[in-house]
Design a protein around this ligand. Structure first.
Ligand code: PLP
Length: 402
C-alpha cells in the first residue's frame, strides 16, 4: 500500500508554539521552577523539610523588605487577606479603605462579612489612594476608632499603583495609631515594595504573580505592632492563626501539612530573584511598563490609569474605543494568536482589556505580546493607529543597558 499525505484541512487540536499567558497573574511559570517542583514530596516533619523551610524564610524576607516574620499559608491571596483581618481586628472595629478597583472592593466586602465597620472612600477606578484623604479622615478620628487603614498597592483590575510611602506619611502626620495593611499581591517581586521601611504592619502577598509560581501560597509579612494586636485580640481563628504558625515555624515546621512542592518552587523562584537582583527585577518591570504605555499611546488608545505618577509597572489596562467590546477583542486574540489577555473586571467588563507584563518576561516576550495585541486590533477591526509595537521597540532599544 502506498503512503499518501493527507493535505485536507483537519480541525486543529494542537497549536504549535508556546501559549502567551499575558494576564496579570497567574503568570508564566519558568521551566526552572516547574523542574524544581517535579520532585518527590518529602516528610514535612523531617530534617530535610526543616532545612527547606529555613531557606525559604531567609529568602522571603528581603523580597518583602523586612527582617521580621513572613508567614506562608497554603492558600490563595484571598486567604491571606482573611488571615490579616482575623488576626488583628475584631467584629465592630472601624477600618478605612479606598475604592481603587475590584480587588479593593472585594477586600472591603470580606471586611464587612467579618463585621468590620468600613469607611469606604469612593473612587473612579482610575486613581490610587489619596494620601490627603487618609490624613483628613484620621485627623477627624480624634478618639482613635479607626483600627486599620487597608489599601491595595497595585490594583490589578485597573493598573493603578497607590503610593504607599505617602499613605504612611499621611498616617504619621495625623499622629494616628491605626495599623497599615497593604495588599502587595500583584506588586511583590515586580515593583519596589518595602514592608519595614514603609511602616507596613501587615503585607498580604501570594505566589502566582511576581514570584512566577502557580497559585497556592498566600503570605503575611507582619510587624511587631501587628503581632501585638494579634496577641491582644483579633477574631476567633484556627487555620489562619499566626501564633500557631510562628510557633511551628521556629523549628522549621508548620501546624498542618504545607504545600511542599510549591515550596520547592518558591525556593527556586527566590534563587532566581537573587540571581537577577531585586533592583534589576524592578527596573526590568519599569522599562517594560513604559514600553507598553508608549505602544498604547501610539495606537491612539487610552490608558485607564489617569495619574502618571501611579502607573503600574506590572500591567496596563487599555480602554476600548466606544462601540467595541473588549472581550470580543480578547477572544479574537486568543483564537488567532493563542494569547490570553486580562478581562475587564466588574464594572470594567467589556470596557477594558489588561496587558500583563510581569513575572518571567524579557524584551522579546513583551514585543511578542504587543505584536499580538496590535495584530488583534487589526483583525478585530478596532480603530487604532498602527505602529505601537514599533514605538515599544524603539524604547527598548534606546533604554537597553549595554
Ligand atoms: C490585588 C489583588 N488582590 C487580591 C487578589 C485575590 O487573590 P487570589 O485570587 O489569589 O485569591 C488578587 C488576584 O488577582 C489581586 O490581584
Amino acid at each position: 500500500m502506498q503512503y499518501a499525505l493527507n493535505l485536507e484541512r483537519t480541525p486543529m487540536t494542537y497549536k504549535s508554539g508556546r501559549h502567551f499567558l499575558q494576564i496579570p497573574g497567574p503568570t508564566n511559570v519558568p521551566d526552572r521552577i516547574l523542574r524544581a517542583m517535579d520532585r518527590p514530596t518529602i516528610d514535612h516533619r523531617g530534617p530535610q523539610f526543616a532545612r527547606l523551610a529555613a531557606e525559604i524564610a531567609d529568602g522571603l524576607r528581603p523580597v518583602f523588605g523586612t527582617n521580621g516574620p513572613v508567614i506562608v499559608f497554603p492558600s490563595s491571596g484571598t486567604g491571606a487577606w482573611e488571615a490579616a483581618i482575623v488576626n488583628t481586628l475584631k467584629s465592630g472595629d472601624r477600618v478605612l479603605m479606598f475604592e481603587t478597583g475590584q480587588f479593593a472592593t472585594l477586600w472591603k466586602r470580606m471586611a464587612e462579612r467579618f463585621g468590620l465597620s468600613v469607611d469606604f472612600v469612593p473612587g473612579d477606578w482610575r486613581r490610587g489612594v489619596d494620601p490627603g484623604v487618609v490624613e483628613t479622615k484620621l485627623r477627624e478620628d480624634r478618639l482613635g476608632a479607626v483600627k486599620a487603614v487597608m489599601v491595595v498597592h497595585n490594583e490589578t483590575s485597573t493598573g493603578v499603583a497607590s503610593r504607599i510611602p505617602l499613605v504612611r506619611q499621611a498616617i504619621d502626620r495625623a499622629r494616628h495609631g491605626a495599623l497599615l495593611m497593604v495588599d502587595t499581591i500583584s506588586s511583590l517581586a515586580s515593583m519596589d515594595y518595602r514592608h519595614a521601611e514603609w511602616g507596613v504592619d501587615v503585607s498580604v502577598g501570594c505566589s502566582q504573580k511576581g514570584l512566577m509560581l502557580p497559585p497556592g501560597l498566600g503570605f503575611n509579612a507582619v510587624s511587631e505592632k501587628a503581632l501585638a494586636a494579634a496577641k491582644q485580640g483579633g477574631m476567633p481563628r484556627s487555620y489562619w492563626d499566626w501564633e500557631d504558625m510562628l510557633k511551628n515555624n521556629a523549628s522549621g515546621f508548620f501546624p498542618y501539612t504545607p504545600a511542599t512542592n510549591l515550596l520547592y518552587g518558591l525556593r527556586e523562584a527566590l534563587a532566581m530573584l537573587r540571581e537577577e537582583g531585586l533592583s534589576n527585577v524592578f527596573a526590568r518591570h519599569a522599562r517594560h511598563g513604559e514600553a507598553t504605555r508608549r505602544a498604547v499611546r501610539a495606537w491612539d488608545l487610552e490608558i485607564l490609569c489617569a495619574e502618571p505618577a501611579e502607573y503600574s509597572n506590572v500591567l496596563t489596562a487599555v480602554m476600548m474605543p466606544k462601540g467595541h467590546d473588549a472581550d470580543a477583542f480578547r477572544t479574537t486574540v486568543l483564537e488567532r494568536f493563542d494569547m490570553s489577555l486580562g478581562t475587564g473586571l466588574a464594572k470594567l467588563a467589556g470596557k477594558v482589556f489588561r496587558i500583563g507584563h510581569l513575572g518571567d518576561l524579557n524584551d522579546l516576550t513583551l514585543l511578542g505580546t504587543l505584536a499580538g495585541v496590535e495584530m488583534g486590533l487589526a483583525v478585530a477591526g478596532v480603530p487604532h493607529r498602527a505602529g505601537g509595537t514599533q514605538e515599544a521597540m524603539k524604547h527598548l532599544v534606546s533604554s537597553a543597558q549595554s
